[in-house]
Ligand binder design. Structure first.
Ligand code: CMC
Length: 392
């Protein structure tokens, strides 16, 4: 017995204190350690934002250089792990591979699993931020039957990722700096987002004292769902299914129909009841990339632009305060870069790793940390006596 607050979906329960990310959903504001996301996306870059999220302040030039060098030096994965990849079917979704491989890191890196040792926590955080792009790129290469590409220390974080995804032994891929910048911006825009489902999953897993690799694997698993990180893949598939501008009203009608489970993917957010500030930057980035690649007339983009317009003009979406979210435009950029839809959520996962790690570290340094243990409202039978099978 006991008195509980019943809050399914945690719409009104704060589960922790945090000094990392602030969101004002009504105003469409997102701040990391106080800095607005649009400024960070325009003027900073991903690894600097990683430092900010992890340590609370922007780094000095020297601190940034040390941080970048450290991350760069940890990008290779243990050679033995290549065999682990080879155990998967080639047609495995890269997210399935990532859940497995990241969880398996705890079997490879014994010197960074002791959560009570601050230095091991630090090493685990470098390892995860550094190796996640390598793992995501390897999952991709494996799925298309191409050889793995080792990381390169002379490239920056985003260019290195593009290289690992798109180079083949016969031909080196040299990403255009505008594309590398757009990739970096996608990483930056996904870096952290307060107590979303996957971050809360990481915190809950960690509250039991689980090792960091197990916790991040749990976060990746949660992110995969279409209501969360999987929305970017689902959104692009939806835009393709709509196909032509004239079919948009039909899909809007379906989204409004209570008897149809269809939702407009990339629309709506639990916290934002205004334009997602990340979507604004993403939209601008999409325009730049498509112009660079000379595909402004891409039919998917035409559908996206018109769908956005018609949905925003529709009273249903206005009343429910449903606006495009970050996933609405990211897929268009990723598709233009040459990624298949199955890589969209892995890219989200690698970007969000720093957010998960920052929150994991913050939680572990909280002296009031308790195991997360929600209660329930029991709705099953009252006590009754067991009946042996012969008498049932
Ligand atoms: N299309 C049509 N109707 C919608 C949509 C949508 N995309 N989203 C919400 N609604 C309606 C919903 O039917 C409900 O109507 P009613 O009050 O009449 O029952 C109302 O709006 C409120 O929706 P909710 O499901 O109670 O809101 P929530 O806060 O639980 O869900 C959400 C938030 C993001 C899961 C939801 O908006 C959704 O499913 N969106 C599509 C998937 C998506 O784009 N997800 C990415 C989120 S941003 C990045 C990330 O978190 O990974």
């Amino acid at each position: 017995a006991g008195v509980f607050t019943y809050d399914p979906g945690f719409t009104s329960t704060a589960a922790c204190e945090s000094a990392i990310t602030f969101i004002d959903g009504a105003e469409g504001v997102l701040l990391h350690r106080g800095y607005p996301i649009d400024q960070l996306a325009a003027e900073s870059h991903y690894l600097e934002v990683c430092y900010l999220l992890l340590y609370g302040e922007l780094p000095s030039a020297e601190q940034l250089e040390t941080f970048e060098t450290t991350v760069t030096r940890h990008t290779m994965i243990h050679e033995q792990m290549h065999n682990f990849f080879r155990g998967f079917r080639r047609d495995a979704h890269p997210m399935a591979t990532m859940v497995g491989v990241v969880g398996a890191m705890s079997a490879f890196y014994h010197d960074s699993t002791d959560i009570n040792d601050p230095w091991q926590r630090e090493v685990a955080s470098f390892r995860l931020i550094a190796k996640m792009p390598t793992i995501a790129a390897m999952a991709y290469k494996y799925s298309i039957g191409q050889p793995f590409v080792y990381p390169r220390n002379d490239l920056d974080y985003a260019a290195n990722f593009l290289n690992m995804c798109f180079s083949v032994p016969a031909e080196q891929y040299n990403p255009d700096p505008i594309l590398a910048r757009a990739m970096d911006r996608i990483f930056t825009l996904h870096a952290d987002h307060e107590q979303n489902a996957s971050t809360s999953t990481v915190r809950l897993a960690s509250s039991s004292g689980a090792n960091p690799f197990a916790c991040i694997a749990a976060g990746i698993a949660c992110l995969w769902g279409p209501a969360h990180g999987g929305a970017n893949q689902a959104c692009l598939e939806m835009l393709r299914e709509i196909g032509t501008v004239d079919r948009i009203p039909e899909f809007i009608a379906r989204a409004k129909d209570k008897n149809d489970p269809f939702r407009l993917m990339g629309f709506g957010h639990r916290v934002y009841k205004n334009f997602d500030p990340r979507a604004k930057v993403m939209k601008q980035s999409a325009d730049e990339v498509l112009e660079l690649l000379g595909i402004e007339n891409n039919p998917t983009l035409q559908v996206a632009k018109e769908l956005e317009k018609q949905a925003l003009d529709d009273p249903y979406f206005a009343e429910k305060k449903l606006f495009p979210n970050v996933d609405f435009y990211s897929g268009i950029i990723l598709e233009a870069m040459g990624f298949p839809t199955s890589m969209f959520t892995p890219i989200f996962a690698l970007s969000r790793t720093v957010g998960w790690i920052s929150q994991w570290k913050e939680q572990l340094s909280d002296p009031a940390l308790k195991i997360g243990r929600p209660r329930q409202l029991y709705t099953g039978p009252t006590q009754r006596d067991y009946v042996p099978v012969a008498k049932r």
